[in-house]
Design a protein around this ligand. Sequence first.
Ligand SMILES: [Ca+2]
Length: 235
Amino acid sequence: MLRHLLQVSLVSAVFSAAVFAADPACVKKVPDVSTKLPLVFCDDFQSGSSENWLPGDPKAWKMTKLGDNFAFDQFQQSKVKNPVRSPFNRCLIKDVTVSDFVLDLKFQSTKKDYGHRDLCLFFGFQDPSHHYYVHFGKKTDDHANQIFIVDEKPRTKISTRTTEGTNWDDEWHHARIFREVKSGRIEIYYDDMKTPVMTATDKTFTWGQVGIGSFDDTGRFDNVYLFGNPVNKSK
Ligand SMILES: [Ca+2]
């Protein structure tokens, strides 16, 4: 099935044609995320294919069918060597680089409950030594349930606000990231889309790829929607 559609939009006309990497089915059920940014990518995995994704270790990821629903499943640990201390399980959206963006998705932790039970979302990803991520951790400390920057040294907390922890259970949850490059604003939402659970302000990385995963746990992902300003960067 042809899953990459070409769409010329007014915003992206300067690039002649922006890649609108999307499953046609997911375009019909776009969530209202209150943004003027164009939809640049979506995937509900109902094709059963992960061809739009770039996992650090393909053996750690698979399609899982739950009833009639397909989800993308990071079911075991990735065997990767990170240059500095940072999450091990990472899977990026392929061929899409953005500056400002809103990412909206559903995720489910499949790890047995413990203090650092986590899932992570990645953004501003330029390479394994240069990116941001948000760690949704069960219990907050300086290395858990925070927004982090990875900038040629072990991850460093940049969140200026967080909660006591992410209340993981075995259910699906809703997450959203809001990123505005000019102001440096980063807002993280979890289930309640009105009040952010974590915030940060940082202007180090003004563009990058976006991704899903966990530090060292397991989880499933579905209904991924990325709205954003696409940028042409080759790394
Ligand atoms: Ca699905």
